[in-house]
Design a protein around this ligand. Sequence first.
Ligand SMILES: Cc1ncc(COP(=O)(O)O)c(C=O)c1O
Length: 315
Amino acid sequence: MYIFSSETTPSENQSITHSILTAAEVSLEIKREDKLHKDVSGNKFRKLKYNLLEAKRSGFKTILTFGGAFSNHIAATAAAGKIMGLQTIGVIRGDELGRNLDKTLSENDTLQFASKEGMRFKFISREHYRNKTSSLFLEELKHEFGSCYIIPEGGTNPLAIKGCEEILTPNDKSYDIICCAVGTGGTITGIINSAEIHQTVIGFPALKGNFLTEEIKKYTSKTNWKLIEEYHFGGYGKINQEGIEFINRFNKEQHILLDPVYTGKMIYGIFDLIQKGVFKKNTRILAIHTGGLQGIAGMNERLKKKKLPLITIGY
Ligand SMILES: Cc1ncc(COP(=O)(O)O)c(C=O)c1O
């Protein structure tokens, strides 16, 4: 029944050996948050922990949240809700997906998984989806589904940030640089809050646009962080042949699978910065593997249609 304990749950740091690191005389370790749980992995585990504990404590029976058709957050919420004995409702972007649910589920691994975990869906148009934070729309949803604990898209809220503050542990104090992929900014904010003052936290946004700096500043007053915005590969959910080949090569060499939406772009960026000599000798870098591997199947379907190479799951 329980997935989240009151204790913090540390994940292992895996050391990377690579000629690029040796040449630059820097070290890189990857924090394997992706291994935290089979279905609720990476930052989803951290973001959902205090939200689901709070929902239970307050007596809610149902969690309602938002996401796109390939959302890691939707898949993880469905799985965590089931384990915790909470019903889940996913408000999904794209009303066309609801027209033939059987077809949608047979073609979309993320929604198929969430459905098997017991999640019910409400599909809405992209236009309507833009109201996802409007209090009027949230009231309508409560009216339709009854009392429910609402978690925003991507899972970011103050309790999610509190959970992400548990990613770094006292043993991580010796790193100079902490790297993290950024979507809504919640995960990096938790990391910034728990990082030591001598450490610099570097965020790699997975999407275009410079609104994230302001978003992160809403939640933290610390200043030992920056975003590097050159590694989004054209925007959210976009990747090219070079990115895919990098992910496959990294998996083959290191036996670590990266996802194409977040962590693949971050690790690509870290290697590029190292090659450009951005980090001085003896810098110790820790990169957070925030999971997201469930999305690879859906990405491979899209890559197939574009006649691009696929992401290799084994090695
Ligand atoms: C695998 C993965 N990594 C990183 C992120 C970015 O997290 P955040 O939205 O908290 O910035 C996400 C999105 O939640 C994600 O699914």
